[in-house]
Ligand binder design. Structure first.
Ligand code: HEC
Length: 109
């Protein structure tokens, strides 16, 4: 009996960690749309900003990727478009989990 319950607990933990790691693609894209990000970005072609697939490639394997991107989309750093400096847009939410999900989705492309 003891072994069985240990197994059940282990299986439960595994399911929980899979659910935690899964990225919600729909929520990520909804937030990008809501925040007007798609005006300058597309998934796989360059507009005024780099394609999200290029961003994912640039950050592949970098441990600080998530932190850097979260800062980029929340702290309005200065960027340059056609020689003109402007503030980068921030996401329209204060929900850290929602922002993290969006960044993880971009990195997964
Ligand atoms: C006015 C056009 C514009 C809008 C709107 C815009 N971006 Fe960008 N974005 C850019 C440009 C240009 C760059 C490249 C900046 C650079 O490399 O200095 C960039 C870069 C990025 C990067 C890569 C950062 C890096 O460190 O390489 C991410 C991620 C990103 N944008 C996400 C977003 C998100 C999320 C939104 C919506 C909240 C958004 N962008 C809205 C123009 C835009």
């Amino acid at each position: 009996m003891k072994i069985l319950s240990t197994l059940l607990v282990a299986a439960g933990l595994m399911t929980a960690s899979v659910a935690f790691a899964a990225v919600d693609a729909d929520a990520a894209q909804a937030l990008l749309k809501k925040s007007d990000c798609m005006k300058c970005h597309a998934l796989d072609k360059k507009k005024d900003g780099p394609a999200y697939k290029e961003v994912a490639k640039k950050y592949k394997g970098k441990a600080d990727a998530e932190d850097k991107m979260i800062k980029h989309v929340t702290q309005s750093p200065m960027i340059e478009i056609d020689g003109k400096k402007e503030e980068h847009k921030s996401v329209k939410t204060k929900d850290a989990a929602e922002i993290k999900n969006m960044v993880q989705w971009i990195l997964s492309l």
